[in-house]
Design a protein around this ligand. Sequence first.
Ligand SMILES: Cc1cc2nc3c(=O)[nH]c(=O)nc-3n(C[C@H](O)[C@H](O)[C@H](O)COP(=O)(O)OP(=O)(O)OC[C@H]3O[C@@H](n4cnc5c(N)ncnc54)[C@H](O)[C@@H]3O)c2cc1C
Length: 290
Amino acid sequence: MRAYLPAYELIVPRTLDEALALLRNEPGVWRPFAGGTDLMVLLEAGKLEHRKFFSIRHFAELCGIDESDGRVRIGALTSYTDVRRSEVLGRHFPMLGQAARETGGIAIQNRGTVGGNIANASPAADTPPALLAYGAEVELVSAAGTRRVPYAEFHTGYKRTVMRTDELIAAVLLPRPSEGARHFYRKVGTRRAQAISKVCFAALAEVAGDALGTVRVALGSVAPIVLRCHKTEGVLSGQRLDAGLLKSAAAELAREITPIDDVRSTARYRTRVAQNLMVEFLSGLSGEGV
Ligand SMILES: Cc1cc2nc3c(=O)[nH]c(=O)nc-3n(C[C@H](O)[C@H](O)[C@H](O)COP(=O)(O)OP(=O)(O)OC[C@H]3O[C@@H](n4cnc5c(N)ncnc54)[C@H](O)[C@@H]3O)c2cc1C
């Protein structure tokens, strides 16, 4: 049932400084409203507990995709359509384009933002596994200044983050992967479009001949938070690619993830799919398969 609209307030601060002052002066009272694609679902369902919002959509400081010093900065207000159309992201961070193409439908891709996807902190969100595999940092802004947090430390529990009540996500920063690095992204859902992930798998690997260099692996929908799989990475990084390694990595991954049974899937199915995707990823790294 739809919420009672007059109980809600949405204001439009003129500047980012004005918005940050609101957050500082009335802690916990105001929340940002970006694309509204998560917030409006809650409103329509009568489950939007928070009452006071301010729009951030017009803040130029939170927009744009810029490249400098081997790093790319993605403004928090970047939409999925912006991601899909970005030449620099397509060239260096193809998993983000893939995540954006498989997010919702065209309307959601036009409205939904990368910042909103991260702040909403759903373990089933689709850009976070790619951001984790790319070793992203999150730039947070408040009236007190700016700080950066490794994205791997951003989510602290189900729907919980390190963000303070006076902070906004300003941008995501990505170090450019090495030339020749291999990118692997798969979203498994009930359909190809408009489906919430049952498992989402992203990995980045450096490969030299039949040996692996640094490997990063991250998954969605298999734990209370989107998960960077450090233990599995430890099994893989610097090792020779062979059938034994596939087995050890798949076994370690099953130990590291903690999927649950829910309306979309079962823990058993999610574990099996995660392991299959690990095997697919590693098999694709050697020309002949391993
Ligand atoms: C039909 C449908 C399909 C969808 N499909 C997918 C999908 O396939 N994959 C997927 O991952 N998601 C999906 N979503 C969820 C949603 O579209 C994304 O999470 C989107 O990125 C949210 O961004 P937004 O700008 O709309 O966030 P909003 O709804 O505006 O905000 C979401 C939350 O983030 C906070 N917030 C927003 N921006 C900031 C910021 N800069 N700093 C701090 N806090 C902020 C808000 O206060 C709010 O709590 C879908 C939603 C719908 C309705």
